[in-house]
Design a protein around this ligand. Structure first.
Ligand SMILES: [Zn+2]
Length: 607
């Protein structure tokens, strides 16, 4: 981080969090004492229950899980404290060493606790069902039932151990090689050697020549490593195929759906609804081409900012706080009050600092504490969005921790972004209504549309690519670079139609995307989360204040049930393809509004 960044005055310079509810510092002797205390508790817990899970009554299982939650709360406090303090100075050897020590400590603890899940899974269905049907199980029913969904796909203990051991030199090794290749890759630009994030940022520059040169540089550097990247993609697809076959998963994406608590039918409905509305993407880019006055919009023009001055406004910390807190309060005084506590009780770290890691996140913490929010506030309009986003996570986590306790609090990927994106929408809606300048509104709206495309359409087109890749690898054997390129171009052209001309160079741009390597099948979860929020926001606009307590109940439900059941309580049916269409219609309505604004702001382009 450079000095000029530190010199900018936003008023966030002194906004740092108060972690004294955990420990007084990294040298606090209570850290070591707590680690030893929990370790002893885990030994005692294992001594009490190991080998006995199948013979426990429902009430005894609930008792064991309460003790487990108490242990995990204490570990979570250590974890939260060390994670947070480390993120504010990743260069500190003391913080780094403590983090490493804690990671190893947690792995040991987990091994001591693992028997419980294994014994529960090993139980016969009828015996397990008797326990599940017993009301004495209380709030732990869903957790225990959901855990058993993985039972049919588990291998024997020896096979599982072998798989874990060979993974280190198998799948994990290939993933790490990919990470190392991409980390070391440099991109030539005007005689300078740029990193990947630096060169990707140049695709957002107003100067078309800069964008074209950046795109060509990306192509050139990727092409130099294409042999390795093709091979890694092939090996990992084959590895996944073998794993899925042994475990008995029906399709390449079934295991991902299971951990996302989303069944195959729901995901299929989502994918079809999105691919059937690809025309809205073409409509937006066709409008963009007209505004720029280009004959053809090329792949390197996709992220070009509109030629509008208003987009570079800046905000102080107090202004940002006011905008976001007001939007939350207008939606619900209860949520507004919660947001106020984040600011007033110092649950936020927003100041820039040397050694502080980049980006933003919300740390849920544990039921005996409260969430924290981490930001790097520079005063850009994007930082307002980020603040609204992280506070959404914050209130979601606060409500579910308070209501559910440890085991049921932490939501799966598909609903984890619900309150954060909803928070962004609230603030966006508020700012749009208050903004008198149509050019500024157009600029905000275009930003929102392209964000929505990035999370919905682009992710689903990438899901189609992954689908093609895994199925082709399973039926045709090892794929050539050209075959993979072709799959990429087919799935991308299906989305853009004629609106964007994808040059041949673009055909190898699948090769840098980390999700395909790290977490196959991951990408649709983004679209799931975003469309869910757009549909919820429509419900809010339709039902008005009546919607607010329903929404708060959904947040407070945390991970206490399957998402489709929690949302079913507020009249949302995830299994209905029409539900996904509702979210997509909201995007279509934004594009229509964008077309109207564009005619108003650039009348000369529409004669
Ligand atoms: Zn988020």
């Amino acid at each position: 981080m450079t000095d000029t960044l530190l010199e900018q005055k936003t008023g966030a310079e002194n906004v740092v969090w108060d972690l004294s509810i955990f420990y007084s510092g990294v040298d606090d002797p209570a850290i070591q004492q707590d680690m030893e205390r929990v370790s002893a508790l885990a030994d005692e817990w294992a001594a009490t229950y190991r080998g006995r899970v199948a013979s426990l009554s429902a009430a005894e299982i609930a008792e064991a899980l309460r003790a487990y939650e108490a242990m995990m709360d204490a570990v979570g406090r250590l974890q939260t404290y060390v994670g947070l303090i480390y993120s504010t100075d990743t260069t500190s050897p003391a913080y780094g060493a403590l983090l490493q020590k804690l990671t190893e400590y947690e792995a040991e603890l987990e091994q001591k606790q693992l028997f419980f899940e294994l014994e529960w899974l090993a139980m016969e269905d009828s015996a397990a069902q008797t326990v599940l049907d017993d009301p004495a199980l209380g709030k732990y029913r869903h957790f225990l039932e959901a855990t058993r969904r993985f039972k049919p796909y588990k291998l024997s203990e020896i096979e599982e151990q072998l798989a874990l051991e060979k993974d280190v030199t198998g799948r994990s090794a290939w993933v790490r090689l990919f990470t190392q290749i991409m980390g070391a890759l440099r991109f030539e630009f005007d005689g300078e050697q740029l990193t990947q994030s630096q060169i990707l940022a140049k695709l957002h520059e107003p100067d078309r020549e800069v964008r074209r040169k950046a795109a060509d540089s990306i192509t050139e550097s990727l092409r130099a490593r294409l042999m390795e990247l093709t091979y890694i993609e092939n090996v990992l697809a084959a590895d996944k195929s073998a794993d899925d076959r042994r475990r008995g998963y029906a399709t390449w994406v079934s295991s991902r759906n299971l951990s996302n608590k989303a069944n195959d039918a729901i995901v299929d409905a989502l994918v079809s609804a999105v691919t059937e509305s690809y025309d809205v993407v073409a409509r937006h880019y066709e409008l963009k081409r007209r505004i720029f006055g280009y004959d053809t919009l090329y792949d390197y023009d996709r992220y070009a900012p509109l030629p509008i001055e208003a987009s570079e406004r800046t905000y102080t910390w107090d202004q940002a706080r006011e905008i976001v807190q007001n939007a939350y309060t207008a939606f619900s005084p209860q949520l507004g009050e919660l947001v106020r506590r984040f600011f007033d009780e110092n649950w936020i770290h927003a100041a820039l600092a040397p050694g502080k890691r980049g980006g933003a996140f919300a740390s849920p913490s544990v039921p005996s504490a409260h969430p924290y929010i981490f930001l790097n506030f520079t005063g850009k309009s994007n930082d307002i969005k980020t603040l609204a986003h992280e506070l959404g996570h914050g209130v979601h986590q606060f409500l579910s921790l308070e209501k559910q306790g440890y085991i049921n609090a932490y939501t799966p990927l598909t609903t984890a972004e619900m309150a954060s994106v909803f928070g962004e929408m609230m603030v966006f809606d508020d700012l749009m209504r208050k903004e008198p300048d149509p050019a500024a509104r157009l600029s905000m709206l275009t930003q929102m549309i392209e964000d929505s495309f990035a999370t919905v359409y682009r992710q689903i087109s990438m899901n189609r690519f992954e689908d093609g890749l895994h199925n082709a690898r399973r039926t045709q054997g090892e794929l050539t670079t050209e075959q993979i390129n072709q799959l990429w171009m087919e799935t991308q052209r299906a989305m853009f139609g004629d609106s964007v001309t994808l040059r041949d160079e673009y055909s190898i741009w699948w090769s840098y995307i980390p999700h395909f390597i790290h977490t196959p099948g991951y990408v649709y979860a983004y679209a799931f989360g975003k469309l869910l929020v757009l549909a919820l926001f429509n419900l809010y606009q339709a039902r008005g204040q009546a919607f607010v307590p329903q929404y708060i109940d959904v947040l407070a439900a945390g991970d206490s049930d399957y998402p489709e059941r929690i949302l079913g309580n507020v009249g949302v049916d995830l299994t209905d393809p029409g539900f996904w269409t509702e979210g997509l219609d909201a995007i279509r309505a934004m594009v229509e509004q964008e077309e109207q604004l564009a005619r108003e702001v650039f009348p000369e382009k529409f004669r």
